[in-house]
Design a binder for this molecule. Structure first.
Ligand code: ADP
Ligand code: ZN
Length: 719
C-alpha cells in the first residue's frame, strides 16, 4: 500500500497537507525528523501513517494523559489498534495491554516520558524486546528551557538513542523559535535529522484585538451570535475564570471553569463535558488546552493579554483545527502589560528576565499594531508573508487617505478667528454655520462663519481629532478644553504645508461559521446522530466525525456509499461502521425537501478558505429574520422562535434599514433615535461598545446598529 492509499483508506483524506508526504517518506526511509507545524496543522498524521504502514510498534511520547486517551480513541475509531499506558489504568487493564503488546496486536503505544525511563516500573526494558519501528515525540519543545513549557521529565529522553539506536525518531512541535529547535535536536541526540518547517499561517483563523473596555458586554455581543458553537475563553487568574463562567451561566450560556486549582474530578468532568459538546464554553487559565484535540473549537477569546506570542499563538491555534472559519479575539488594556511586567522578572536570573520582558514587549506590540496582525505573528516566527491578510481586524479596516489641506485651512482659520478661546464643539458648530443661540452674534458676522457647512458634524469632529493628532492643533486642558493653534499651523494656513487625512471605516467582518451553503437543518440532524453514536461508544463526538465532515455531507448530500466515499474524513473503517447510519438522515431530508445529491459539484481539491460575501444580498439568516418580521411577528418573538437574542435579530434587520427597505422606526422607537444619533455623531460609528457605554442600559446594541445603518442610508441619499 502506498502512503496515499493508506491516507484514504484509514483516514479518509485524499491528499496530504503541508509537507506531510515528505515527512512520512523520511520516516519510512528510517531517518530522524524534526517537524515544526502549527497547532491544527496535522502533525499526528506524520507518525500515525508510518505506524500503519510499518510492521511493528510505534511508541508515542506525549506529556498529558488527557491527550493520550483522545488520540487512542480516534485511532481505534479509524480501525487502527492503539493503546496507552498510564497511572489512571487499573492493574488489570495494564496487564491486558502488556499481553496485547507481546502478541504484536498494537500499532501505536502512547506513554509519558517518565513511564519509559522513570525510576518506578519503567517500561523501556520491556519495550526493547518488542519490534519497535518508530518513536514519535509529541510536544518536543517541552525538552527545552527556552520553550515556554519546559518539562524536566522530557530530559530523560536523552537516553532514547542508547536504547533504540537504529529506530527513526520523529520529534514534533508547534513552537518554532530557533533556540528551542536547536535544543530539541541536541538533547534528543537525533542523527543527521531533517527539519521540516511548515508555514505557521492559520488561514482560517481571523485575529482581532479590542480595547478592554466594557469587555463583558463586548463578550456577550460576540457570544450571542455563537450560541451553538464551542469556544475557549482564557483569563489570567483562577478566580476570574470562575466568576466569568458564573456570569456567563447567568446570561444563559453553557459555561464551566477550568484551572489548576480545581479538584481533579471537577477538572476531568468539565473537560469531558466540553469535549462532548455538552458544555459549549470553557473559561480557563492557560492550564487548559494542551492536548485538547477537539477540532470544532470555533473561537478563542483572551480576556487578558498573554505573556508572550508563543503562548498566544498556541492558545489561539486551538480554534479551527477542522479548517473551518474561526475567530481569535483579545481584549487589550495597557494596564495588563504593567501587571505582567511584575511576573516576568525571574528572581536571581537577569538573563532569563531579559528574555521574558522582551517577549512581553513583543506581545504588547502585537496589541498596538496598526498593520496586519497575521503578518506580525508570522514574522515573529521568521516567516515571510504578504503585508496584508484581509482577515484580521486591521486589514478589515480600510484606511482611505485624501488631501485634506483645504479642510484643515478652514478649521485653522476658524480657530484663529475665534481667537483660540473655544472648544472643538463650538468651532464645529461655527464652521457649519449653526443657527443655534449658542453661537455668539458677533461670530455670526465673521467671514469664516459657515464656511464648512458642506461637511457633516461627524466628519468635522473626526477631522478636528485628526488635526490634533497630527499636531496642527492642540487642546489646552482646563475647566473647558480649548482648541489652540500650534507652531505647525501657520505653514498650513499659508498653503506651504499639505495635510492628509485618513478616513477609517470597518469594511466587513466575517467570522461566520463555514460559508459553504449547507443545509443547516440537516447539519443539526447529523450532529444529533453523531452525538448519539459518540455517547454509545463513549468517545467525544468529533472523534466519530469532524464538523468539517458533517458540513460537507450537509452541502453535497451524498445518497449512496460511493457518494459518501468522496466526503473528506470517511476512511474505509468509518465508512463501513457509520456510512449507512449517516446516509439515512440525508436520504430522508432530500426526500422531504425534494432535493437531489450535489456530490458531482464536489471538486477533488477542497477549498478550505471561507469566502467573503461582498454581494449586495442579505445572507440567509438575515433574510429569515426579515421574512418573519414582514409576516407581522415581533422582534422578541422572532428571537425566541429562532433561539437567538433580540439583539441579533435587530442586527439582521439593520441590513434592511441601511438598504432603505425597512423603516428605522420599525426597530427603534421614535424618541430614542435623536439620542442615539447624537452619540454616534459625537463619538463616531467605528466601535459599538463605547456608544453602548455612553447610552446606557436603555439602549440595546441592536438599536444602536439600526440607527447607524439608517444614518448611513441617509448619508448615501444626500450625496
Ligand atoms: P496538530 O497535532 O498539528 O495540532 P492534528 O494532528 O490534530 O494537528 O490535525 C488537525 C486536524 O486536521 C485533525 O482533525 C486531522 O484529522 C486533520 N488532518 C490532518 N491531516 C489531514 C489531511 N491530509 N487532510 C485533511 N485533514 C487532515
Ligand atoms: Zn491582516
Amino acid at each position: 500500500m502506498t502512503p496515499t492509499q493508506a491516507l484514504q483508506k484509514y483516514f479518509g483524506y485524499s491528499e496530504f497537507r503541508h509537507q506531510q508526504g515528505a515527512i512520512i517518506q523520511h520516516v519510512l526511509d528510517n531517518k530522524d525528523v524534526l517537524v515544526l507545524m502549527p497547532t491544527g496543522g496535522g502533525k499526528s498524521l506524520c507518525y500515525q501513517l508510518p505506524a500503519v504502514l510499518l510492521d511493528g510498534l510505534t511508541i508515542v511520547i506525549s506529556p498529558l494523559i488527557a491527550l493520550m486517551k483522545d488520540q487512542v480513541d480516534a485511532l481505534n475509531v479509524n480501525g487502527i489498534a492503539a493503546g496507552f499506558y498510564n497511572s489512571s489504568q487499573s492493574p488489570n487493564e495494564q496487564a491486558d495491554l502488556m499481553r496485547r503488546l507481546q502478541n504484536n496486536e498494537i500499532k501505536l503505544l502512547y506513554l509519558a516520558p517518565e513511564r519509559l525511563f522513570g525510576s518506578e516500573n519503567k517500561l523501556v526494558e520491556f519495550l526493547k524486546q518488542l519490534p519497535v519501528v518508530q518513536i514519535a515525540i509529541d510536544e518536543a519543545h517541552c525538552i527545552s528551557h527556552w520553550g515556554h513549557d519546559f518539562r524536566p521529565e522530557y530530559l530523560m529522553l536523552a537516553g532514547l538513542k542508547d536504547y533504540f539506536p537504529n529506530i527513526p525518531v520523529i520529534a514534533l512541535t508547534a513552537t518554532a523559535d530557533k533556540l528551542t529547535q536547536k535544543d530539541i535536536l541536541e538533547k534528543l541526540n537525533l542523527h543527521d535529522p531533517a527539519v521540516f518547517i511548515s508555514s505557521f499561517n492559520r488561514g482560517n483563523i481571523s485575529y482581532t484585538v479590542s480595547p478592554k473596555k466594557n469587555s463583558f458586554n463586548q463578550l456577550l455581543a460576540f457570544l450571542d451570535e455563537r450560541k451553538d458553537e464551542s469556544g475557549i475563553i482564557y483569563c489570567l487568574s483562577r478566580k476570574s475564570t470562575e466568576s466569568l463562567a458564573a456570569d456567563l451561566r447567568e446570561e444563559g450560556f453553557s459555561a464551566e471553569a477550568y484551572h489548576a486549582g480545581l479538584s481533579n474530578d471537577i477538572k476531568a468532568r468539565n473537560q469531558e463535558a466540553f469535549l462532548r459538546d455538552d458544555v459549549k464554553i470553557i473559561v480557563a487559565t492557560i492550564a487548559f488546552g494542551m492536548g485538547i484535540n477537539k477540532s470544532n473549537v470555533r473561537y478563542v477569546v483572551h480576556m487578558d493579554m498573554p505573556k508572550n506570542i508563543e503562548g498566544y499563538y498556541q492558545e489561539t491555534g486551538r480554534a479551527g483545527r477542522d479548517g473551518l472559519a474561526s475567530a481569535a479575539i483579545l481584549y487589550y488594556s495597557p494596564g495588563d502589560v504593567m501587571k505582567l511586567k511584575e511576573f516576568a522578572r525571574v528572581e536571581n536570573n537577569p538573563e532569563q528576565s531579559r528574555i521574558m520582558l522582551k517577549k512581553l514587549d513583543d506581545m504588547a506590540g502585537y496589541c498596538q499594531l496598526q498593520t496586519c496582525r497575521r503578518h506580525y505573528l508570522l514574522k515573529y516566527f521568521d516567516e515571510e508573508s504578504p503585508a496584508t491578510c484581509g482577515s484580521c481586524d486591521v486589514c478589515l479596516t480600510e484606511f482611505e487617505r485624501f488631501d485634506g489641506t483645504l479642510i484643515a485651512q478652514k478649521a485653522l482659520s476658524a480657530v484663529a478667528r475665534l481667537k483660540e478661546r473655544f472648544g472643538a464643539g463650538y468651532v464645529v458648530e461655527f464652521l457649519r454655520g449653526s443657527k443655534s443661540e449658542k453661537i455668539r452674534e458677533e461670530h455670526k458676522q465673521l467671514k469664516t462663519y459657515g464656511i464648512g457647512a458642506d461637511i457633516s458634524k461627524t466628519d468635522w469632529q473626526r477631522y478636528m481629532r485628526e488635526l490634533v493628532q497630527q499636531k496642527y492643533l492642540r487642546v489646552e486642558e482646563g475647566e473647558y478644553p480649548i482648541i489652540k493653534l500650534t507652531e505647525l499651523s501657520e505653514a498650513v494656513l499659508k498653503g506651504l504645508q499639505k495635510v492628509e487625512f485618513i478616513k477609517a471605516q470597518i469594511v466587513e467582518e466575517h467570522h461566520e461559521f463555514a460559508q459553504l451553503a449547507y443545509e443547516t437543518e440537516l447539519f443539526n440532524d447529523l450532529k444529533l446522530l453523531r452525538r448519539d453514536i459518540a455517547a454509545n461508544e463513549n468517545v467525544p463526538p468529533y472523534v466519530i466525525l469532524s464538523d468539517a465532515t458533517l458540513v460537507e455531507i450537509a452541502t453535497y448530500l451524498p445518497l449512496s456509499m460511493d457518494d459518501l466515499r468522496l466526503i473528506s474524513g470517511f476512511g474505509d473503517v468509518k465508512l463501513a461502521r457509520y456510512g449507512r447510519e449517516f446516509l439515512a438522515p440525508v436520504k430522508i431530508y432530500c426526500a422531504k425537501k425534494g432535493l437531489s445529491s450535489k456530490i458531482k459539484e464536489k471538486k477533488p481539491k477542497r477549498e478550505r478558505k471561507p469566502k467573503v460575501d461582498k454581494s449586495e444580498k442579505p445572507n440567509a439568516t438575515q433574510k429569515e429574520s426579515f421574512d418573519l418580521y414582514q409576516a407581522g411577528i415581533g422582534i422578541i418573538e422572532i428571537a425566541s422562535l429562532r433561539k437567538l437574542s433580540p439583539m441579533t435579530i435587530e442586527g439582521h434587520l439593520a441590513w434592511y434599514i441601511e438598504k432603505g427597505i425597512l423603516d428605522i422606526e420599525a426597530v427603534v422607537t421614535k424618541d430614542k433615535i435623536p439620542t442615539i444619533k447624537d452619540a454616534v455623531e459625537s463619538y463616531g460609528d467605528d466601535k459599538l461598545s463605547p456608544l453602548k457605554e455612553i447610552l446606557g442600559d436603555n439602549y440595546s446594541y441592536g438599536e444602536i446598529k439600526a440607527v447607524i445603518s439608517w444614518m448611513k442610508k441617509e448619508a448615501q441619499q444626500t450625496k
